[in-house]
Design a protein. Structure first.
Length: 339
């Protein structure tokens, strides 16, 4: 009986999240995925990649990845970006691929306050292999077995393509940042069945935080002393899509070049699988040459269990062309989390 409970626990969330977006624990390391208003927000040219392996101990896992490029056009007060997202769910071999173009316009308030307004247009392709799907009608609980055959009604056309649209706002100064985004404005029909409709629900996100500058120190590299930046930040990210919502709250300590992070994901008053509660620890390195590298691990706190699921591994890499700070006299104003 215990094995069947475990099977049902794994099958249920996989089917439920087919209409939900994948999530990254290091969501500030995937800025355009979080909010198209982040395009160009660092005032630097950046390229980055993200990879996430969720629930690696299960036979059925989630693999997600994202790659992006963004650039700030100072003369136009505009940011542009290109993003590619992909994810795969092994139970149904369901895969999603998205390529999008982002644009943001910056408005300045006073000396150090800015508002970015962003929009992103995307083209999305979804495909699946239903031969390996286990439907509820195939589960024989009394005998403890899965009946063969996926059953009638599954389509021959196993691919869907459609346009999509996202938008967002981002306000920041030297200390705080606040943002909001709205994804899937077109609410595309993602159903594989011609006789049914399954519209991808809107995803709302609100995020923000505050950064405190700590007493700086010095790094001795045997030739000279380099001023060491030290900051402590607190942030949140709330997102809702359809019936499901989550809140991420956490802190990040930057002790140049090391970044340490601790996050909690979930809504404590709403215990259960849909919130996928987790405790997240992160270690990163932010180097002066523009390289940022981060690793995080999710300790699953939901009913699925950490030992059963194996948590989640996530890696991010970003390169910023920091010579622009010298060549064009710019200052990095964005105070957000590095990861």
């Amino acid at each position: 009986m215990r094995n069947w409970i475990f099977i049902l626990l794994t099958i249920f969330p996989i089917w439920q999240v087919q209409g939900q977006d994948i999530q990254f624990s290091q969501f500030y390391a995937a800025p355009l995925y979080l909010n198209p208003a982040f395009a160009g927000s660092s005032e630097l040219t950046r390229v980055g990649v993200n990879f996430r392996n969720q629930w690696p101990s299960l036979d059925q896992t989630f693999i997600a990845y994202s790659a992006y490029f963004d650039h700030f056009i100072k003369d136009k007060n505009s940011g542009i970006g290109l993003i590619f997202n992909g994810n795969m769910q092994s139970l149904t071999n369901l895969s999603n691929y998205e390529i999008g173009l982002a644009y943001s316009y910056r408005v300045q308030f006073g000396e150090n306050s800015f508002l970015h307004m962003g929009i992103q247009g995307s083209y999305v392709t979804r495909s699946a292999a239903f031969d390996d799907v286990v439907l509820s009608t195939q589960l024989d609980i009394n005998r403890g077995m899965v009946l063969p055959g996926p059953g009638p009604g599954l389509p021959d056309d196993r691919q869907r393509s459609f346009p999509d649209l996202h938008t967002g706002l981002l306000f920041y100064n030297n200390k705080i940042w606040l943002g909001s985004s709205l994804h899937h404005l077109t609410q595309p029909n993602i159903s594989y069945l011609e006789a049914e409709e399954d519209f991808l629900p809107l995803k709302y996100s609100a995020h923000g935080g505050i950064k405190f500058d700590l007493e700086p120190g010095f790094i001795n590299d045997y030739f000279n002393n380099t001023r060491q930046e030290r900051t402590l930040s607190f942030a949140f990210n709330y997102k809702r899509q359809g019936l499901y919502d989550q809140l991420d709250i956490g802190t990040e300590l930057y002790f140049e070049p090391i970044v340490l992070g601790l996050w909690y994901r979930g809504l404590p008053t709403r215990i259960g699988l849909p919130n996928n509660e987790a405790l997240i620890v992160m270690l990163g390195f932010s180097l002066q040459n523009g390289v940022d590298l981060g690793y995080s691990y999710d300790f699953t706190l939901s009913d699925l269990g950490w030992r059963n699921s194996g948590g989640a591994h996530e890696i991010s890499f970003r390169y910023s062309f920091v010579e622009q700070l010298i060549d064009k006299g710019r200052k990095k104003r964005l105070p957000t989390f590095k990861y």
